[in-house]
Ligand binder design. Sequence first.
Ligand code: URA
Length: 200
Amino acid sequence: MDDDAMDGLTVRDCQRCPALVDSRSRIVNGVGPDDADLVFLGEAPGANEDERGEPFVGRSGSVLDDALRDVGLARSDVRITNCVRCRPPENRDPSKAELSNCRGYLERELALVEPDLVVTLGKVPSEHLLDRSVAVTKEAGDVVDVRLGERSQRVLVCVHPAATLYDRSQKDTFFDTIAQAADLSGLADSSDGQSSLGDF
Ligand code: URA
């Protein structure tokens, strides 16, 4: 991967995927602390993310925010990023080639951040990191060590937050897995989910 295309954790320009260059309004980079213990990995930006330039800011993002709040975490306590940084046309899944074109950016981001744990939100990011087919509903909560470039990375499989919007049992699975993520990364109850100004 041409690291030159990245400025720290940020991809400023990329023309590798012609269909995505056409469909995106902007590149959606990861957000959150550059030394986050906990990273959430989604698939690709949707319409809201493409418009606002931030991952998980639509309905799925609200579910993620709610689950984080439930375990005393704020969105700003964690890093949130995607396998692919540009919105695919008509919200289709990213192709294998697109995932592979963006892989170096993700590996570099994770190498710089060095999180304790990466939570894969849904099938596409789970299969991308585990490099095999994954039944996310069955495997949610499983912890796996994967090789990412030079590094070994601990990964927690999770269902996609969008799944909770139409299936109650997936909602329980999702919220339980986020609580497990907070525990595993040592973040459980380390924040009250509010700014410290709230104490005054
Ligand atoms: N779904 C994703 O996988 N990523 C986002 O950024 C938003 C929704």
